[in-house]
Design a protein around this ligand. Structure first.
Ligand SMILES: *Cc1c(COP(=O)(O)O)cnc(C)c1O
Length: 375
């Protein structure tokens, strides 16, 4: 029984909407489907403005421009994250300052943030790992005390809530991803959520290559010209049409993913009780979106051998991330705040299991049986 790690899910309406986009006669960005998706995101999160982008990476780059990150400015974030979280700020000359993660959720340890703040600190970037929310009340309070911007990396966080409020609605800005490995997808795609109203207009300018094109189309200015820095951050209408088919079913997709997640979670109870693995922890104030099912195995050696042996059974499992502070670019462009011992240890023990819509209970049973003698 061959079990891939991921299989992109489609709702069946993608082609229909792409065809409509073609009939609409606009295939570049900011057409009907783009606007529809942005409206959906504004309703979903209550943000002041949502802008679709061609990736979460692009949304983070826009955030770094909006937060006016200057050379030498420090940005607090976890080292246990995808490269784009750091790269977006390094591109503006910013210096990522890595703070260790919590052993339970693997999110940034909010109790260690305040000590890492210096006069150069400009922003905090919490990453909602596996779609499990960071401790946003504490993080927002720290930011307020020290006058810092908060930019949520909510790449994995769509449809998750913290104390009843959706992820992406806490920070001044938030970035989402619709990459095919995420929950709601369009191949490559993302969005910037602007919660800080004063930044909405500038966000549109940066999005439109530094021009006032959006204002021009709204009839707010009579000339369309270069007014600020920016880049081409819009996705095409073809991507937006695909994305719309997914947004329509965001609730169902999340429920179905949660069911798969729960099946893993229950089936792996015994292995945890036997102290062979540790299962994910979701704080009671949070609703997660089942973005990922991971386990923590005993050590690095165990992980290597489990991945190899599962491969023999045609079961594909993966690990991530190489902590950024140990990467060549991380060493060059960033620094760590004190020791990152949880990051070091947990990143070596983490193993991600296949989770996609359409995976059957039979598959999961098979994987769990193998893990029972491999771990
Ligand atoms: C996937 C991911 C990104 C990048 O998303 P893209 O849409 O591929 O650019 C950034 N941060 C985190 C935490 C991610 O998981």
């Amino acid at each position: 029984m061959k079990i891939p790690f991921n299989q992109p899910f489609t709702t069946g309406h993608e082609f229909k909407y792409i065809q409509q986009a073609i009939s609409n006669g606009i295939l570049s960005g900011n057409g009907k489907f783009t606007k529809q998706c942005q409206k959906w995101l504004e309703n979903y999160s209550g943000c002041h403005k949502a802008l679709l982008t061609h990736s979460c990476t692009a949304a983070l780059e826009m955030a770094a421009i909006l937060a006016d990150i200057q050379p030498g400015d420090e940005v607090i974030m976890p080292s246990y994250t995808f490269v784009s979280t750091a790269n977006a700020f390094v591109l503006r000359g910013g210096i990522p300052v890595f703070v260790d993660i919590r052993p339970d959720t693997l999110n940034i340890d909010e109790t260690k943030i305040e000590a890492a703040i210096t006069p150069k600190t400009k922003a905090i970037v919490p990453v909602h790992y596996a779609g499990v929310p960071c401790e946003m009340d504490t993080i927002m309070a720290i930011a307020k005390r020290h006058n810092l911007w908060v930019i949520e990396d909510a790449a994995q966080g769509i449809m998750s809530t913290y104390k009843g409020k959706p992820l992406g609605s806490f920070g001044h800005l938030a970035a989402l991803s619709f990459h095919e490995t995420k929950n709601i997808i369009c191949g490559e795609g993302g969005a910037l959520l602007v919660n800080y109203p004063a930044w909405s207009d500038r966000a549109e300018v940066i999005w439109e290559k530094g021009t006032n094109r959006t204002q021009y189309f709204k009839g707010q200015v009579d000339k369309y010209t270069w007014v600020d820095i920016g880049s081409s951050y819009l996705p095409s209408e073809i991507n937006a049409a695909f994305l719309w088919a997914q947004m329509e079913q965001a609730e169902t997709i999340t429920e179905k993913r949660l069911r798969v997640w729960q099946t893993y979670h229950e089936s792996l109870t015994y292995l945890e009780l036997a102290k062979k693995i540790r299962r994910p922890v979701v704080p009671s104030s949070c609703r997660h979106n089942a973005h990922m099912y991971y386990i923590l195995v005993r050590d690095l050696q165990t992980r290597i051998s489990v991945i190899d042996q599962l491969k023999e059974y045609k079961i594909n499992t993966v690990f991530h991330y190489v902590p950024l502070h140990n990467s060549p670019a991380g060493k060059k462009y960033a620094r760590s705040f004190k020791t990152l011992s949880n990051t070091e240890e947990l990143s070596e023990r983490l193993l991600r299991l296949p989770l996609w819509l359409g995976i059957e209970d039979e598959h999961i049973k098979n994987i769990v049986e193998k893990l029972e003698f491999l771990c």
